[in-house]
Design a protein around this ligand. Structure first.
Ligand SMILES: NC(=O)c1ccc[n+]([C@@H]2O[C@H](COP(=O)([O-])OP(=O)(O)OC[C@H]3O[C@@H](n4cnc5c(N)ncnc54)[C@H](OP(=O)(O)O)[C@@H]3O)[C@@H](O)[C@H]2O)c1
Length: 334
């Protein structure tokens, strides 16, 4: 390989139109500086939260990406070259790199970690054992304090984080309710994942459906915010907890939206709403992954993957996160 293809961010996308803002570029294979590692990507992880990095907002959990630079994202691959003592050539690694065939990273800044290459399917490092798995586990256990017999509601339930949250909530003994777009996803959630009930938020009256849940919602694992959160708040149980994982309904614009119209319900129902962010508990990653690995080995949890082949098709894969074209984890195979 003498050249490296990568996606470059050229402008701030407007609403849905991400494709007009990125271009596939090629460069001569970059040289490594001291302390750097080159990762030859096997898979690129498509993550909805990265949409916010394309906006101008300065007060997100990460500063905006500079225009004219490579699009950033999570990468799983092998070390192709290294000038860092901690990472030998050939090691399987995961960390924040670029939407590129080869990512050049400083391991400390990239959160680069070596991961087990002896497991049956290395994709699970972006599935059950990856950030989405940790996020689902942490959000349910630590943030929402889910207990057996709780009524737990999960939005974007058929997405990467959602399917794992559904399965983990079931393992914790909860009654699991999921929100997803369309009858096919809802059927899949009930028949394949075995959740208590899936609600098609695109076609049903969410508030009316949730009002039927006996005892109300004790814990809401929210991936979307926006109008769905508003429909949920009046249906929370007294002393309910909302684990705020993501704000998918707001990522397309400048990342902001209005607060919930039913804000008063936080007091009326004495609710606790808490945001949480996976890099904050990256130091717990090994412990979380070990717990998840036990369930994976026992066949209690799994991730469906939605795989697109080839770096030239990254945007097709990415758009699914916002149009609802995926069940499970969206990956691009390089
Ligand atoms: N806090 C953290 O540390 C952390 C870590 C990882 C992910 N997250 C968050 O988790 C959420 C899910 O991200 P992901 O990468 O796993 O994506 P994903 O769930 O695999 O894909 C997104 C799914 O969300 C649904 N969706 C999209 N826009 C929506 C909207 N406006 N309202 C309702 N549903 C919508 C779509 O399914 P439908 O067909 O059902 O609409 C889509 O398939 C994001 O908010 C992300 O930021 C947070």
């Amino acid at each position: 390989m003498t050249s490296n293809r990568f996606w470059q961010l050229n402008s701030r996308p407007e609403a849905e139109d991400v494709s007009g803002s990125l271009s596939l570029e090629s460069e001569p294979m970059p040289e490594l500086a001291d302390g750097e590692v080159m990762i030859k990507a096997s898979y690129l992880s498509m993550d909805a939260g990265t949409r916010m990095w394309m906006t101008e907002r300065e007060d997100g959990y990460q500063p905006p990406l500079e225009l004219g630079t490579k699009m950033a994202g999570l990468v799983l691959g092998h070390v192709a070259a290294s000038r860092h003592a901690g990472f030998a050539e050939g090691a399987l690694v995961r960390g924040f790199g670029q939407w590129a065939e080869h990512s050049i990273v400083q391991p400390e800044l990239a959160g680069l970690v070596k991961v087990d290459d002896s497991i049956d399917d290395i994709k699970q490092h972006f599935g059950v054992l990856g950030f989405n798995g940790w996020t689902a586990l942490w959000g349910l256990q630590e943030t929402a304090g889910v207990k057996a017999s709780d009524n737990v509601l999960i939005s974007a339930a058929a997405g990467a984080t959602g399917v794992l949250a559904c399965q983990i909530a079931k393992i914790l003994g909860a009654n699991v309710y999921g929100l997803a777009g369309g009858p096919d996803k809802c059927r899949w959630l009930e028949e394949e994942l075995g959740i208590t009930k899936a609600i098609d938020y695109k076609n049903a009256d969410i508030a009316a459906e949730l009002a039927k849940v006996d005892g109300g919602i004790h814990a809401y694992f929210d991936n979307v915010g926006g109008p769905i959160l508003d429909a949920v708040l009046p249906n929370m149980a007294l002393y309910g907890r909302v684990a705020l994982c993501g704000l998918l309904a707001q990522y397309k614009g400048d990342g902001r939206g209005h607060g919930p119209e039913h804000f008063d319900q936080i007091l009326m129902k004495r609710l606790r709403i808490e945001g949480f962010f996976s890099p904050d508990f990256a130091d717990q990653g090994e412990r979380l992954a070990a717990e998840l690995k036990t369930w994976l080995d026992q066949g209690l949890i799994d991730t469906p993957f939605d795989i697109t082949d080839g770096i030239e098709h990254v945007l097709t894969a990415y758009e699914k996160l916002f149009t609802g074209g995926n069940i499970g984890k969206v990956l691009v195979k390089i």
